[in-house]
Design a protein around this ligand. Structure first.
Ligand code: GLU
Length: 331
């Protein structure tokens, strides 16, 4: 039997961070992909090819870096890779995983995104175990689409969120739950990954312009959204309260908006509604104003989807259709 060939792209993050000159300066990205793989030893049950494509904190992740990684991954597939592992900081890992969910065109080649919560200079650093588990999942023929492997859990990019700022168990897929787990070097899938909607082609994507994410809250006059729209935003995602509600002031601004406004729930679990509440600022009033509801997509992933759609020149009706396709569960 031929051995799986996994391509590993390192982009930086805690997993690659070691102390600089003075201990009080803290850790910074230093380790390469080869360094990270070197910690796993030579006796791996798959062939591995690695490249260091960036060395950044994931707070600075951008679409230029992700597009570079996408192109590199496609080259590796053309060259025989059967799986891809992307290693980066955990802080924005869920957005990177969702980017690959939307843009990775190879349905039969999984992309597994991972990182670490403890840097290599700390006791029980989790980077090597997360990387090894990710290689295992990437090499499994049942794996497909974009996955996050962390602390031996396998998550779908569609659901996963960083839900703790410091624990090793930093990712969860509430309310859907993980797809499976890794134990004794094998993947155990409870729910094998579902087929994805078609990938969004990014060849001519133009990511210029702002697509902000604003959160609704008390004492919200709508002034901030108004400033953002006047500043030339290309589209806006509102992390709305509950099932998709905003203040009357923000509703007035949305009613007059000339660019796409997507309404997602800020709660962390559960969908936006379509027709239960009727007050000014409710989900049904916002739909009548032309806002797009994100369904089950969280605000951050809604922003990634809206950014990719706007970057590829999608019309308002296409944006609405894509959010229904990717945000609702009844497909
Ligand atoms: N906790 C983050 C990490 O795991 C900090 C650094 C970053 O996101 O790049 O990598």
């Amino acid at each position: 039997m031929t051995r799986p060939l996994i391509a590993v792209a390192a982009l930086g993050g805690t997993i690659s961070m070691t102390p600089g000159g003075r201990i009080e300066d803290g850790v910074v990205p230093r380790l390469t992909a080869a360094d990270l793989l070197g910690e796993l030893g030579a006796d791996l049950p798959m062939d591995v090819r690695a490249a260091t494509l960036a060395g950044i904190s994931s707070a600075s992740m951008d679409y230029a870096t992700l597009a570079r990684c996408l192109v590199w991954g496609a080259e590796q597939v053309a060259d025989g890779a059967t799986g891809l592992v992307v290693v980066q900081g955990t802080d924005t890992l869920e957005e990177t995983a969702y980017f690959f969910e939307l843009a990775w065109p190879h349905d039969d080649v999984p992309v597994v995104v991972t990182g670490a919560m403890r840097n290599p200079s700390l006791p029980s650093a989790d980077g090597p175990a997360n990387l090894l588990a990710s290689l295992t999942v990437a090499a499994d023929p049942r794996s497909r689409g974009s996955l996050v492997v962390f602390n031996d859990d396998v998550h779908a990019a569609r659901w996963v969120r960083k839900s703790h700022s410091s624990h090793l168990e930093a990712f969860s897929s509430a309310p859907a739950g993980p797809l499976g787990l890794v134990a004794e070097g094998s993947v155990h899938y409870f729910h094998p990954p579902l087929p994805r909607p078609p990938a969004l082609p990014l060849a001519d994507a133009d990511f210029s312009g702002l697509v902000p994410l604003l959160e609704a809250g008390i004492a919200d006059s709508g002034e901030l959204l108004s400033l953002v729209l006047a500043g030339g935003a290309r589209g806006v995602v509102v992390a709305a309260s509950g099932v998709g509600h905003v203040s009357t002031g923000t509703a007035d601004v949305i009613a007059a908006a000339k660019v796409p406004v997507v309404i997602a729930s800020r709660t962390g679990a559960g969908p936006t509604f379509r027709g239960t509440y009727g007050f000014h600022g409710s989900e049904s009033s916002l739909i009548r104003m032309g806002a797009t509801m994100a369904g089950w997509l969280c605000p951050r992933k809604s922003r990634v989807l809206l950014q990719l759609l706007l970057a590829t020149g999608a019309s308002r009706s296409r944006i609405e259709a894509e959010f229904r396709l990717r945000g609702d569960l009844d497909r």
